[in-house]
Write a protein that binds this ligand. Structure first.
Ligand SMILES: Nc1ncnc2c1ncn2[C@@H]1O[C@H](COP(=O)(O)OP(=O)(O)OP(=O)(O)O)[C@@H](O)[C@H]1O
Ligand SMILES: [Mg+2]
Length: 321
């Protein structure tokens, strides 16, 4: 990919949560209190929206720095290794002395799923861990999953403000609020966010509207660019008076949609930092979202750039430069 000659050390700084996903598949039955059941498959993988974004953006050719918090344990070692294998800079990842690495255990049974999350060190990341030097070294700041990051959320406005002061462009994917309170000072945060990347359900909850159009209108006063993701319906981008509709690419080899939104974000931001048009950003976002769904989990299809190019061409007739 043809990246502009860099003056900054990194294209993107990701400040975010880090956790392991342990997925137990093909269960005999749904877990029952007091009983032991068997799983037919176990997947042990890098989880977290921010890490999937960082890893896939790096595969697409962006240089990525990561600031997050993990425990001093084997799960933490795996996270560092998996990010390093994808060329993400891990030297600013903090190892907690008091908490273990966050983990989500997912129990999949037929179409149902139960998940248990231990946030651990994820809660310990605070905005003052993201130093001025880290911000100055990057062209763009990305944050995701704010409702899972209880240490970071109170300082979010300050973090984005500092990012803007140092001349960075910024993006935010709020992700779902497990408490369903959607509590954040959106009016004062969104002006500092250049690209806001919720899905449509998140957008409606944040705007406190049941209707999608009302939700977009409510946030347009404070937000800059809104990109509302809508699964197989694609995504719609709103910027000033411009509206760009992006259809999803039809995937005939669907496996699962874990991380599709994060891969969409990676594709979108990889073009945004190259100052490409809104249409080009949205198109690569949708291609990457679709590529994500051709294999298990969020990073499997993004092993390297040639593999991504091949899937893009063969399955979606898209030529990735
Ligand atoms: N089954 C699919 N087939 C093709 N493309 C898909 C599919 N699912 C998602 N995508 C693409 O990925 C984009 C993002 O997916 P989605 O709308 O599910 O985001 P999200 O809700 O943020 O996901 P996540 O659960 O990862 O946070 C969609 O806009 C679409 O372009
Ligand atoms: Mg999402």
């Amino acid at each position: 990919m043809n990246y502009i000659v860099q003056q900054k050390k990194f294209d993107v700084l990701v400040a975010g949560e880090l956790n392991i996903d342990l997925i137990l598949d093909r269960l005999d039955q749904f877990p029952v209190i007091g009983k032991e059941i068997m799983a037919g498959e176990m997947i042990y993988t890098l989880g977290s929206s921010s890490a999937i974004f960082a890893s896939n953006l790096s595969t697409l050719g962006g240089s990525v720095n990561y600031c997050g918090c993990i425990g001093n344990d084997n799960f933490g070692d795996k996270i560092l290794n998996d990010l390093a294998v994808k060329n993400v800079n891990t030297s600013n990842i903090i190892r907690s002395k008091t908490s273990g690495t966050g983990i989500t255990v997912a129990f999949n049974f037929e179409q149902d799923r139960a998940m248990v999350t231990y946030p651990g060190a994820m809660n310990e990341l605070e905005q003052n861990h993201i130093t001025d030097d880290m911000l100055k070294q990057a062209q763009h700041l990305h944050v995701s999953s704010i409702f899972l990051q209880h240490g970071l959320k109170p300082g979010l406005i300050d973090l984005f403000k500092r990012g803007k002061q140092f001349g960075l462009t910024t993006s935010l994917d709020p992700q779902w609020d497990p408490a369903e309170k959607w509590d954040c000072d959106w009016k004062n945060l969104l002006p500092y966010v250049d690209v806001f990347l919720p899905n449509i359900e998140e957008l409606k909850n944040i705007a406190q509207k049941t209707n999608f159009a009302d939700a977009v209108n409510a946030l347009r006063n404070s937000a800059n660019l809104i990109v509302a993701k809508n699964s197989t319906e694609g995504a719609t981008a709103y910027y000033k008076n411009e509206i760009v509709e992006q259809a999803a690419f039809i995937n005939h080899d669907f496996v699962d949609a874990i991380g599709a939104g994060d891969s969409f974000n990676a594709g979108f931001i990889s073009r945004f930092i190259q100052k490409k048009s809104l249409k080009e950003c949205a198109e690569l976002g949708a291609v990457c979202g679709a590529i994500n769904t051709t294999q298990k989990g969020g990073t499997t299809a993004f092993t390297d750039l040639n593999t991504v190019r091949k899937i893009a061409k063969e399955k979606f007739n898209y030529t990735l430069q």
